[in-house]
Design a binder for this molecule. Sequence first.
Ligand code: ITT
Ligand code: NA
Length: 199
Amino acid sequence: TRLILATRNAGKITELKAILADAGITHELVGAEAYPEIPDVKETGVTFAENALLKAHALARATGLPAVADDSGLCVDVLGGAPGIFSARWSGTHGNDQANLDLLLAQLLDIDTPHRGAHFTCAAALALPDGTERVVEGRLTGTLRRVPHGTNGFGYDPILQPEGDTRTCAELTPAEKNAISHRGKAFRALVPVVRELLG
Ligand code: ITT
Ligand code: NA
């Protein structure tokens, strides 16, 4: 049976397909781009979990199929957790990864702090057409580099260096990133729930 990936972010879809398949999920995984007639839901939540649930419910309701959604972002210690849930639109243009990253680096230069702690958070939500819902979270902690490195991944990957590594997330292979990432942790935690509710 089909499991909808309630996201239009190509970087997430690539990672989710690998994470869920590696965890033994055999459902046909179909991204939201297969349903262009379904409008994007307004992300009006104030937490990652709320936004992930909004996106999962919208797709499950509109398709009549189970849906999983990912709401995620980068939380910077010296910025009080910003960009956080606003990570995808930090520069003003939703989904402009380069502009978002450039603005964040400029803001950190302005602050000129040696404190470079940050983490990625991912909320992974599952919603069924009947309204059943579950949500779990995962985190990847590290430090922010001053200069972007690497070309793998997406978003803020070129500046986040995971704790215990000397490379940025964009210098990891996809398998290395998925093994430690916020998204990998959240969706691996969601897999038993998918099995319990979908079989
Ligand atoms: P959907 O709502 O369609 O899923 P989106 O890109 O709008 O796509 P979010 O609102 O969850 O999704 O925004 C997530 C942003 O956080 C994304 O644009 C990245 O900039 C950042 N982000 C999340 N996970 C990341 C990762 O693994 N590596 C780098 N940046 C990440
Ligand atoms: Na969001």
